[in-house]
Ligand binder design. Structure first.
Ligand SMILES: NC(=O)c1ccc[n+]([C@@H]2O[C@H](COP(=O)([O-])OP(=O)(O)OC[C@H]3O[C@@H](n4cnc5c(N)ncnc54)[C@H](OP(=O)(O)O)[C@@H]3O)[C@@H](O)[C@H]2O)c1
Length: 339
């Protein structure tokens, strides 16, 4: 076999319209590189942001999409002696994963823990690591403290509330659908606010008192993000790490949060962004290694459970993208190239 299939974007636009399945030569690993036969690679909201031209990173087109994967090493370049053929590995910060074979720098692959499923291994970095960094490195949420979070039913949101149980902090979880409330309670979320029929700010006051909540994370932005910032206590801090309310928006200028300046100024609140690729680019290697090691331990030991993804062949990209953006989707779409 000398050729493979790859999902390639040729233009910015609606994901299902600009992606094309192409036949390409199977790549050869160069010095210090390994070739991986991809077993599974997820469709994350960020992949769709890139395709719509509104993400913090813009690849040169045409480009194969995808940012996280698990696979089996099937060829080694010269000078690679700490990875072996047949080993199951996870790629870290390697892009262009939506294809049958990926070539990666050998320093950017890690052995996949034996205990975890292919679906879990394919999702072990981006979301669990983000959740861990938000509650530790970014906000240092202490045992007994409240943390307010939006889109609590997202993969990141579920990791955060599982971390709350592990680390002893309490979560106020915001969801947009009444039907989503029970799942969050079953997972151990302390309080749930449903914006379908409840006022976010009023409910936060009822839960923590009129002083507000000291720490919050938000990945919805828009009016919900603004309501979260107004629910902060004086001196409180909110980390914004996504903008789900503007997901189909292709004009980057429309990704906004209508912050109430009076409360930010006079109550000296902090609203700060978080972007995992920037954290990777600006953090010391030792810190990155330690955080990934901790994430792997939490997932491999079952403390953090990642819902099983729904497998799709590369040919089914339109269905996979539709599932990724469908309201109430229970599973994350995973491309399984051998399917
Ligand atoms: N900054 C970073 O470095 C970083 C890293 C990782 C992830 N993220 C961001 O984290 C967010 C979650 O990612 P994920 O992979 O965990 O998502 P996911 O598993 O695909 O889940 C998406 C969730 O968002 C909810 N949602 C969608 N649109 C919404 C809206 N308009 N208002 C309120 N809730 C909405 C959905 O609710 P329903 O159940 O009601 O449909 C669903 O629970 C994304 O914005 C992603 O870009 C950022």
């Amino acid at each position: 076999m000398t050729t493979m299939q790859a999902l390639v974007a040729h233009a910015i636009g609606e994901p299902a319209e600009v992606l094309r399945l192409e036949t390409r030569p199977i790549p050869q690993p160069g010095r210090g590189e390994v070739r991986i036969r991809v077993l599974a690679t997820p469709v994350h909201p960020s992949d769709l942001h890139i395709l719509r031209g509104r993400f913090g990173i813009a690849p040169t087109l045409p480009a194969v999409m995808g940012s996280e994967s698990v696979g089996v090493v099937d060829a080694l370049g010269e000078g690679v002696d700490d990875v072996s053929i047949g080993q199951r590995v996870i790629t870290v910060g390697v892009r262009e994963t939506w294809q049958e074979f990926v070539v990666a720098d050998a320093r950017r692959v890690l052995a996949a823990p034996e205990a975890v499923s292919v679906s879990t291994a394919a999702q072990m970095i981006t979301n669990p690591l983000t959740a861990l960094l938000l509650v530790t490195n970014q906000l240092e949420v202490k045992p007994g403290e409240w943390l307010l979070q939006t889109a609590a039913g997202s993969t990141v949101g579920k990791m955060v509330l599982q971390l709350g149980i592990r680390l002893g902090f309490k979560t106020i979880n915001v969801v947009r659908r009444r039907a989503g409330v029970e799942e969050i309670r079953a997972l151990g979320g302390n309080e749930v606010i449903c914006t379908e029929d409840e006022d976010l700010r009023k409910r936060v006051t009822e839960i923590v008192g009129p002083g507000g909540v000291s720490k919050a994370i938000d990945c919805v932005a828009g009016q919900i993000g603004a309501d979260v910032s107004r629910s902060l206590a004086p001196g409180g801090k909110m980390i914004v790490y996504g903008a789900l309310s503007t997901h189909r928006q292709t004009e980057a200028d429309k990704l906004t949060i209508p912050i109430f300046a009076r409360s930010i100024i006079y109550e000296t609140k902090i609203v700060q962004g978080f972007f995992l690729p920037r954290w990777f680019a600006t953090s010391p290697q030792e810190q990155i290694k330690a955080a990934i090691g901790e994430t792997f331990e939490l997932v491999a030991s079952g403390i953090l459970r990642i819902s099983e993804g729904e497998p799709f062949a590369l040919t089914q990209f339109a269905e996979a993208v539709a599932l990724a953006e469908a309201p109430a989707h229970r599973a994350k779409p995973l491309f399984v190239p051998g399917k």
